[in-house]
Design a protein around this ligand. Structure first.
Ligand code: COA
Length: 336
């Protein structure tokens, strides 16, 4: 018997608290025009202290995805949680989801691949289902960025871009040929690890005793660093390559794509890809305008929204593509 995986349920959750570009301009030297022109972002969501965490948002998104999948909680047999912003340094949020959803003592895996996290997590889930090991896998991407950003003018090149939110999918076994996930493609180039990174806390950065002794709030290594233009240049090349790789593997053409869901890094990156592949507005879904870049959550949030709006139909060719810190990048080719 040949098994495949398909997405049987989708859900997302974003905090109610909307932070506009004007709100940010009260905290740092920035403005709505600059942010919209460079990134397309109009607003993003930030959690309210004490109300949400990376795990709690993931759980909320997961509940919706499970409900829609028709799979009972008891039949979820593995959890994969992608995030760069876990509640705890360890354990990761996968086990917290197992606990908070009241799942059986199923395995829980944490994926640390930043903006490519959801694509990596889907790929892992797909392999487990293909081998016959598991039938229903809960995949979550969730991020809290707002509590870790430098909200002063020094951090403006990074902090205006990122937002909080969560998305989830249930992947289920199918025996239908040519349906579901057709292929996944993963890459990395660690040579550029420090071009988009948060170096502390990290055991390679410093000893805990040092942190306690001279915890310096001005130490920039506590905030994410991003070489924006370098990331941009690499992103547009890698997005294109990995979309082409997925299409070629399946003997498909760009014209076969019904819906491209790019990781919501920057609207300009998505538009560049759209133009390069000559895709129409109906063939690409973007929502970075409302949510900013939510890293591992961006693809499942966008995929869920597109599906909810009826933009993805049975039989459609759906392409997911991501690029981010690591550098890592990847794509997923799905026949819906
Ligand atoms: N508001 C106003 N001015 C800002 C600003 C902000 N939020 N952030 C940076 N600036 C200023 C800079 O200080 C610089 O000023 P200077 O010319 O006086 O030195 C100027 O704007 C240009 O900065 P630069 O970093 O060169 O801008 P950019 O055109 O490269 O845009 C990014 C910056 C971050 C929007 C852009 O590089 C980008 O989107 N890169 C990709 C990021 C990405 O996708 N990351 C996620 C990957 S998963």
């Amino acid at each position: 018997m040949k098994y495949h995986s398909k997405i049987s349920g989708l859900g997302y959750y974003v905090p109610d608290n909307i932070v506009t570009n004007d709100d940010l301009s009260k905290k740092m030297d920035t403005n709505d025009e600059w942010i919209q022109e460079r990134t397309g972002i109009q607003e993003r969501r930030h959690i309210i202290r004490g109300e949400d965490t990376t795990t709690s948002m993931g759980v909320k998104a997961a509940k919706i995805a499970i409900e829609r999948s028709g799979v009972s909680k008891e039949d979820i047999d593995f959890v994969i949680f992608a995030t760069l912003s876990p509640d705890y340094y360890f354990p990761g949020p996968g086990v917290l989801v197992q606990r908070d959803l009241g799942l059986k003592t199923v395995g829980a895996l944490d994926v640390r691949n930043q903006c490519s996290g959801f694509v990596y997590a889907v790929s892992v889930a797909d392999q487990f289902i293909k081998t016959g090991m598991y039938k229903n896998i809960l995949v979550i991407g969730s991020e809290v960025h707002s509590t870790g950003l430098d909200m002063t003018t020094r951090g403006r090149g990074v902090s205006v871009i990122f937002g909080d939110g969560a998305g989830a999918a249930v992947l289920s076994r199918t025996e239908e040929e040519g349906k579901g996930i057709l292929s996944t493609h993963l890459h990395s180039e660690g040579q550029h690890a420090e071009e988009l990174a948060l170096q502390a806390p990290g055991m390679g950065k410093r000893w805990v005793t040092d942190i306690i002794a001279d915890n310096d709030p001005n130490d920039e290594s506590y905030y994410p660093y991003m070489n924006g233009q370098f990331v941009f240049k690499n992103a547009v090349v890698r997005f294109s390559e990995v979309i082409n790789e997925g299409l070629e593997t399946n003997n498909l053409q760009v014209s076969d794509i019904n819906m491209l869901i790019p990781h919501q890094a920057n609207l300009r990156i998505s538009q560049f890809i759209q133009q390069k592949f000559k895709l129409t507005d109906d063939q690409v879904y973007n929502n970075i305008q409302k949510y900013g870049n939510t890293t591992a959550a961006s693809i499942p949030i966008a995929l869920t929204e597109a599906w909810e709006k009826g933009k993805i139909k049975e039989g459609d060719l759906v392409v997911l593509a991501a690029f981010g810190s690591g550098f890592t990048w990847g794509s997923v080719i799905i026949r819906w």
